[in-house]
Write a protein that binds this ligand. Structure first.
Ligand code: 2E6
Ligand code: F3S
Length: 313
């Protein structure tokens, strides 16, 4: 077997920042540290933090008054910030700055009286947070059919924004349909899909051409990882999204196959290594590294943690 190990893969700058924030909070405050929603959408990461004393909640009511809470990388609505304040929680915001950028755009357009079309997946944490910035002004569309069904009162004040982890191709098609129906629509030059999502998709699109099967490391609720799995499956190739080798079966592969291995933005490198080791042991796999482009993006820790890190050296 030949394994192509794609790069870039795995943790992005936003995930690194969120994970380091929670590590530091646990170290400096001591457990329990509460986290609103999964810090990132990865089972391995969430379980490891639970073992260290992080408590993940979907409702701020579960948190005792005055306790420490981190907001996850996917962002929260102003309503959640308000409730946190009312409950006197020490809230630390680990939202990825690239998600915050979309929130700020939503606020800007809503203030100017625009209707905002948000392209995204219903029920996703990021979409819930972004829509919460201006619930009365934002309409969610998930596909081109939703665009056709839109009823807009004032087409001269219309803008679109996108979730950060969409399929670049799907988003492009939806934006094209929007521009066709509403030629005056405002929005970003292309979309709000982040650099990490784009780069991981670009690598899978290119390298999967040489592969008979694709393995994406990531959890089922990870949007960017799901998009990599879909892309890997283009042209009818088997493409699997798994948390680790425990989710693989020997009959998914054959000797002599070329397998592309990559990882979503929330999947740690340890699960990639374990997966490669599984393929080595069972299929005598030889590993070849293929890099699409280098990444060197770094995001600072949230302000309170930066100050805390400095204070204690
Ligand atoms: C925050 C925003 C975007 O499901 P999704 O792909 O959005 O999230 P994760 O946690 O799998 O990936 C990182 C991330 C965080 N992406
Ligand atoms: Fe941010 Fe993109 Fe990662 S939005 S958390 S850099 S996947």
């Amino acid at each position: 077997m030949k394994v192509i190990l794609a790069a870039p893969r795995g943790f992005c700058a936003g995930v690194n920042m969120a994970v380091e924030s929670l590590e530091l909070a646990l170290e400096r405050f001591g457990p329990p540290v509460y986290v609103y929603h999964e810090i990132v959408h990865n089972q391995f990461v969430v379980r490891s933090f639970q073992e260290k004393g992080a408590v993940f909640v979907d409702d701020l009511e579960e948190i005792p008054t005055g306790a420490n809470v981190l907001f996850s990388a996917h962002g929260v609505s102003p309503e959640i910030r308000k409730i946190a304040k009312q409950r006197n929680l020490n809230a630390i915001d680990a939202t990825c700055p690239l998600v915050t950028k979309v929130h700020l755009e939503a606020i800007k357009y809503a203030k100017a009286g625009y209707t905002i079309i948000l392209i995204g997946h219903e029920g996703h944490d990021e979409v819930i947070g972004t829509m919460g910035e201006a619930p009365e002004a934002i309409v969610l569309v998930e596909d081109e059919e939703d665009v056709d069904a839109l009823e807009i009162a004032d087409e001269t004040r219309l803008a679109y924004l996108t979730q950060t982890t969409l399929s670049v191709d799907d988003a492009g098609r939806i934006i094209c349909r929007l521009r066709k129906r509403f030629p005056h629509i405002a929005g970003p030059p292309k979309d709000d899909i982040c650099y990490a999502t784009q780069n991981r998709q670009e690598a899978v699109a290119a390298f999967s051409q040489q592969a008979d099967a694709v393995v994406v490391l990531g959890s089922q609720n990870s949007s960017n990882s799901q998009r990599l799995r879909e892309l890997g499956g283009d042209d009818g190739r088997p493409s699997y999204l798994v948390d680790g080798p425990q989710d693989l079966r020997l009959d998914m592969f054959e000797k002599g196959m070329t397998v592309l291995v990559t990882a979503g933005a929330s999947a740690p490198e340890s699960v990639v290594n374990e997966t490669v080791e599984y393929l080595r042991q069972h299929f005598d796999a030889e590993v070849k590294h293929q890099t699409m482009r280098e990444e060197n993006v770094v995001f600072p820790l949230p302000r309170p943690l930066r100050d805390l890190a400095k204070q204690s050296g």
